[in-house]
Design a protein around this ligand. Structure first.
Ligand code: C2E
Ligand code: MG
Ligand code: MG
Length: 751
């Protein structure tokens, strides 16, 4: 910009009109005066000098148009002044005015560059005419020079503007060959303008856009009808260049035809097409931004799958198609099982990795035309628009379950994940998008509720259970405020000591209409809805209060086991939520045992381990509940500061007189011994189970053989009455107050 303005300034200064100036050099005052008199009428400024040296200094200091120079001067001759003018390249017209008649001096003066030779005094009258014509010629020359300069400057300015344009500016001849293209082409496409001049526009236009470009150039329109805003992709010279997809630049092209006016024979004049000129603007960045924005508007950022907006749109389209031409549309609702656990265990970035991996595998299960979309979190939806029979979805669902069956490698660990899939079909299960989506969701929940890792088609009866679930969730939120929870207590017996060593607190919900509910009916819902936090706090408080009460009544060595959901250990405040209950009830820490189900061991996160360590360091015992149900946990067990292993009841159930050997129980007992952990068998129901477990080396037991979980008052009576195990031979358990006489009758007779 600086260069342009300086050029403009210079040109303006040059165009200012200069005053015309004459210099009369003669030693005779009279001659000078008469020449001045003669030339006064010309309107020029007149300066006089009486010798050569003064003339030179005047010429040095001022511009003159004409010098009227006498040859014979008192100091140096007029010819020497002329010599000086010549060698100093002073742009002035010289007229020699001399009394010298000699032709030689006239020739010499003219050779030196004088424009006229006038003799004095005779020819002096001719001077005004001669000077005027010289001035006129000089004026012409000057205006010519100024015009040339303006032209040059204007051309320079235009070239500067064209060459520094951020757009491509081009001209084509009538055959579509470049006759001009500005230098921008080099930075934009990698071609030099010389390389392109002479070649066809197709050299730089992408093949797929040639038809459009050809149309633009063949239309040969101009003025308001000229082609404008035509999107054309231009090719770069080589692959190392930037850009869009496949090394392309997207341009917004304009093309205006150029016609040459040709005068016809009569009044008519014809126009002949000579070519096209135009501009191509690089809109690649804008295009990328637009595409990104529109992609983001319809796709999920993490997996790049269509989002729900796009899914819904496609679903509506598929539904319209079915309504017009018949057929059916399937919708799948996929929810990953245990995803939250992976997310919490390995961190969110690993969770994201897993979601990407899942999206990739799910895509492999789709047919062309199906839409897989991410609904959010660990939920995906599938649109099956071309279903011939309902079972088509079965094939895909089975494929998905099989694909997800193989473990994922996340953060260097093998992670197993599964999915619960609900399927609903239009028109069978609903007539619009919202209903089929909702029904697929309900079917998915049914899968979740019945063991996960599977698929189910929606059936109308599910509607009822989904409504029930919603109602239950509502009731659960009220339950704490309405004091509807209570604890039952199940004794934990040491067979060798003949006594109850602990009580496990098991929650019950006294539901206003359903009656007394077991935790199986609501704990999972509480975990899903986050209500588990408040329930855990209440359970811990109540169990500790009860333990303190029993300890006051003399049961000072009694231990209380409280179940805490594994997900509570994801929270940072779990320690602060457990410890105060001990202090408030003046309980020694070792009187409390926290039971966590075995899948806590799958969360091999340092934070879970450190929380368990803190509890252990305080003296609180930690039992791993339902041990043996997750195989992978055996490896991890040693990492966790566990005090007790509770053998899951499923292994105990299998024990009987004919089946006295259980490799799993033996392995668990081996591990517990190896790590110095306490051992407790759950679900002991029969004498033979008790006997076998005892022989295997398991001393602590819990199960219906001793007592089921009892309301606090009944548990208290049982505790205070005492429990004895009579050996030798068959262990016989009876409660001293006579209500529970034999182990075999313990189950049948409630206390
Ligand atoms: P769990 O901790 O493994 O508790 C043992 C379950 O087995 C109890 O069921 C108990 O009544 C039952 N049981 C005990 N002995 C026998 C037996 O000899 N045979 C059979 N067939 N069953 C027996 P319950 O009370 O329905 O509890 C189920 C599960 O709910 C518990 O399993 C525990 O994981 C969970 N739970 C209970 N209370 C709470 C709580 O306060 N918080 C949390 N987070 N979970 C709890
Ligand atoms: Mg338990
Ligand atoms: Mg258990």
């Amino acid at each position: 910009m600086h260069r342009v303005s300086s050029v403009l300034r210079k040109s303006l200064a040059e165009t200012l009109v200069k005053p015309e100036r004459l210099l009369i050099v003669d030693d005779e005052n009279r001659i000078r005066s008469s020449i001045r008199l003669l030339l006064n009428g010309l309107g020029a400024e007149i300066v006089e000098c009486e010798n050569g040296c003064d003339a030179i200094s005047a010429l040095e200091n001022q511009d003159f148009d004409v010098v009227l120079l006498d040859i014979n001067l008192p100091d140096i001759s007029g010819l020497e002044v002329m010599e000086w003018i010549f060698s100093n390249k002073v742009h002035v017209s010289v007229i020699f005015v001399s009394a010298d008649d000699c032709i030689d001096s006239a020739i010499l003066a003219l050779r030196r560059g004088a424009v006229e030779y006038v003799r004095k005094p005779n020819e002096l009258e001719d001077l005004p005419h001669k000077v005027e014509s010289i001035l006129y010629r000089r004026r012409l020359e000057r205006s010519n020079a100024q015009m040339m300069m303006r032209l040059e400057q204007s051309e320079y300015l235009h070239r500067f503007l064209v060459e520094s344009s951020p757009d491509l500016i081009y001209t084509l001849d009538h055959k579509g060959h470049f006759t001009y293209i500005n230098n921008r082409v080099e930075s934009l496409l990698g071609f030099t303008s010389d390389e392109l001049i002479g070649s066809a526009y197709s050299t730089i236009v992408h093949e797929d856009d040639l038809e459009r470009a050809c149309y633009a150039f063949n239309e040969r329109r101009r003025d308001t009808r000229a082609v404008a805003n035509l999107e054309v992709r231009l090719k770069c010279k080589n692959k190392t260049f930037r850009h869009f997809e496949h090394n392309l630049v997207v341009s917004m092209l304009s093309a205006t035809a150029i016609y040459e006016e040709m005068s016809g024979d009569g009044l008519q004049s014809a126009n002949s097409y000579v070519g096209t000129y135009g501009v191509a603007r690089d809109i690649t960045e804008r295009k990328i931004a637009e595409e990104t924005i529109s992609f983001q508007a319809f796709h999920d950022q993490l997996t790049h799958l269509p989002n729900q907006r796009l899914f819904k749109d496609r679903l509506e389209m598929a539904i319209n198609q079915v309504k017009r031409h018949g057929g059916m549309v399937g919708v799948m609702f996929i929810d990953l099982d245990r995803f939250k656990m992976v997310n919490d265990t390995y961190g969110h970035s690993s969770g994201d990795e897993l979601l990407k991996g899942v999206a990739l595998r799910l895509r492999l299960c789709m047919r062309a035309g199906d839409t897989l979309a991410r609904k959010g979190g660990d939920e995906f939806t599938v649109l099956l628009p071309d279903m011939v029979k309902t079972e088509d979805a079965t094939v895909i669902a089975e494929k998905i379950i099989k694909e997800l069956g193989a473990p994922f490698k996340i953060a260097g660990q093998l992670v197993h994940i599964s999915a619960s899939i609900g399927i609903s079909i239009l028109p069978r299960d609903g007539e619009n998008a919202d209903i089929v989506m909702k029904n697929a969701d309900i079917a998915m929940y049914k899968v979740k509720a019945t063991g996960k890792n599977g698929f189910k088609y929606f059936v109308p009866a599910m509607n009822e259970s989904s409504r029930e679930r919603i109602n239950l969730e509502h009731d659960l939120r009220q339950a704490l405020y309405n004091s509807e929870f209570l604890l039952h207590y199940q004794p934990q017996v040491s067979v060798s000591k003949n006594e109850i060593v602990g009580m496990e607190a098991l929650i019950r919900w006294n539901h206003p209409t359903h009656g007394l509910m077991n935790p199986g009916g609501f704990i999972e819902l509480a975990e899903e809805t986050g209500l588990i936090g408040a329930i855990t706090d209440w359970t811990l408080g109540e169990a500790c209060r009860q333990l303190a009460d029993w300890r006051e009544k003399g049961l000072t060595s009694l231990r209380m086991a409280v179940n805490v959901s594994p997900q509570e250990f994801d929270r940072n405040d779990i320690i602060e939520r457990i410890l105060p209950h001990l202090a408030q009830n003046l309980l020694p820490a070792d009187s409390l045992e926290i039971e966590i189900t075995e899948n806590i061991l799958l969360r091999e996160v340092p934070s879970v381990i450190s929380k368990m360590r803190i509890l252990r360091s305080q003296g609180i015992a930690i039992a791993i509940d339902d041990f043996g149900t997750c195989y992978s946990s055996l490896n991890y067990l040693r990492l966790f500061p566990v005090s007790t292993i509770k053998i899951d009841q499923s292994f105990v159930r299998d024990l009987n007189e004919d089946n006295r050997v259980s490799p799993v129980i033996q392995a668990i007992i081996g591990i517990a011994r190896g790590y110095g952990m306490n051992l407790l068998a759950e679900g002991v129901e029969t004498e033979s189970q008790l006997k076998i477990l005892r022989e295997l080396g398991c001393d602590e037991m819990q199960g219906f053989i001793f007592s089921k979980a009892l309301p606090a008052a009944d548990a208290e009576r049982l505790l205070l009455s005492g429990l004895s195990v009579n050996t030798p031979g068959m262990p016989t358990v009876h409660i001293r107050d006579g209500k529970l006489n034999y182990i075999t009758s313990a189950f049948e007779h409630s206390v």
